[in-house]
Design a protein around this ligand. Structure first.
Ligand SMILES: CC(=O)N[C@H]1[C@@H](OP(=O)(O)OP(=O)(O)OC[C@H]2O[C@@H](n3ccc(=O)[nH]c3=O)[C@H](O)[C@@H]2O)O[C@H](CO)[C@@H](O)[C@@H]1O
Ligand SMILES: C=C(OP(=O)(O)O)C(=O)O
Length: 429
């Protein structure tokens, strides 16, 4: 298994191009199943999760073609892909494929809406909590699907097609909202989704569906109204920038010090995280096409955060922010409200010398003077990158094991950081 070696202590200076968002690209690729025409997606990141979904779509019979980079793009990141589901041969998504990644479960919605049947294995994904799919199933049942769970598979059928209906989510769910949107787009009649997720990735999916011919209003608010249409067509859509990757590098700079321009991204995608970062003493400013983050000297101020659905502080940046707080001048309190088991980075950050106490959903971080490199283990995607951030600021060498977690969600991580002066290398097994 590959390892990453980091020798910490150098500030980060330079420019980091931000990739397309993994969490937008995945539902967008899945939306290709809604039509027999070609969906062209620009700025799709090259990631293990994207490759895994490509395999899953391929198994259904979706034709996948990589046609190039984004216009004007000079880096090795991002690609333009064409997906054509004109010859779907199989509506089953098997355990071997779906168990590697949670988002793959969402294929259930377009398969059911377009073909009237789907059999999809219960999903896997980051081990950050129990992560049930009851609300996704509830949404499909509201639209008239008949669903049973049999031998680890969710088997969904509809006799005369899906029918629009009110869907009121008791809890904000990103995946549930994606599924409801895709299914309702091809349902007969009107669907009103209440307590919908407002995440930018939901808006991106809705915008792409609208280009494909869907009638959707209100995406980005907590009430989305979908007027079903009989068929959807092809479209061309650029994946929005990855706000979690943006926030991750912003936190790295705030921790190591330096001056980095994050380009191909937008402040409005992560306003709450950037506000929090400013409160720690980092200078955050808008630049054309991106965000500049600076910290030259001065201590890191402790700031308390609570994770929340968008527009709140994202759970996917909680681990990275905790890494930053380990060097703050005082105590900070970080509350995780979305996932019940998303503190696996705590014991690994402790190996670097961090002082963190856990009390249920609360982590109390006592800032220390310095961190010291050590061997650590990546446990899930965002936890692993918090170790990268910690290691960049620590004295001496850190070895990060199990880096396949990082490869799920961070495109060209070592290259992007090395170009800004980080001493980071991958040791291939
Ligand atoms: C691929 C992708 O986009 N993943 C993101 C997506 O995950 P994902 O879509 O899985 O997360 P959800 O928003 O659905 O989960 C939010 C909460 O609702 C719960 N829940 C969800 C569905 C359900 O049927 N029943 C239920 O109880 C979950 O356990 C969790 O406590 O949103 C999360 C919350 O922003 C992010 O951390 C993930 O990175
Ligand atoms: C938790 C994440 O992904 P997934 O939902 O695929 O596990 C993530 O992107 O941080």
């Amino acid at each position: 298994m590959d390892r990453i070696h980091i020798t910490g202590g150098a500030p980060l200076n330079g420019t980091i191009p931000i990739s397309g968002a993994k969490n937008a690209a995945l539902p967008l690729m899945i939306a290709s199943l809604l039509t027999g025409e070609t969906l062209e997606l620009i700025n799709v990141p090259r990631l293990a999760d994207i490759a895994a979904l490509t395999r899953i779509l391929g198994n259904h019979g979706v034709d996948h073609m990589v046609v190039g980079k984004r216009p004007g793009q000079t880096t090795e990141t991002g690609q333009t892909v064409r997906l054509t589901a004109s010859n779907v041969i199989d509506t089953t998504a098997p355990y071997e494929l779906v168990s590697t990644m949670r988002a793959s479960f969402w294929v259930i919605a377009p398969l059911l809406a377009r073909f009237g049947e789907a059999k999809v294995s219960l999903p896997g994904g980051c081990a950050i909590g129990t992560r049930p799919v009851d609300l996704l199933i509830m949404a499909l049942e509201k639209l008239g699907a008949e669903i049973e769970i049999d031998a680890g598979y969710v088997v969904a059928k509809t006799k005369n097609g899906l029918r629009g209906a009110p869907i009121d989510f008791p809890k904000v769910t990103v995946g549930g909202t994606h599924v409801a949107l895709m299914a309702a787009a091809l349902a007969y009649g009107t669907t009103v989704i209440d307590n919908a997720a407002r995440e930018p990735e939901v808006v991106d999916l809705a915008e792409c569906l609208i280009k494909m011919g869907a009638r959707i209003e209100g995406a980005g608010t907590s009430r989305i109204v979908v007027e079903g249409v009989a068929r959807l067509g092809g479209a061309r859509h650029e994946v929005l920038p990855d706000r979690i990757e943006t926030g991750t590098y912003a936190m790295a700079v705030a921790m190591t010090g330096g001056d980095v321009s994050l380009v191909n991204t937008r402040t409005d995608l992560l306003a709450s995280a950037l506000e929090t970062l400013s409160a720690t003493g980092a200078e955050v400013s808008d630049i054309p096409g991106g965000i500049r983050v600076r910290r030259n000297g001065g201590g890191i101020s402790p700031v308390d955060v609570t994770t929340d659905p968008f527009p709140g502080f994202p759970t996917d940046l909680q681990a990275q922010f905790m890494a930053l707080m380990t060097l703050a001048k005082g105590q900070s309190r970080i509350r995780e409200t979305i996932f019940e088991n998303r503190f696996m980075h705590v014991q690994e950050l402790a190996r670097l010398g961090a002082k963190i106490r856990l009390d249920g959903d609360l982590a109390v971080v006592e800032g220390v003077e310095r961190l010291k490199g050590a061997p650590v283990m990546a446990t899930d995607l965002r936890a692993s990158v918090s170790l990268v951030i910690g290691a960049l600021a620590a004295e001496g060498e850190t070895q990060i094991n199990r880096v396949y977690h990082l490869d799920r969600g961070f495109e060209a991580l070592e290259a992007k950081l090395a170009r800004c002066g980080a001493q980071i290398e991958r040791v291939r097994a």
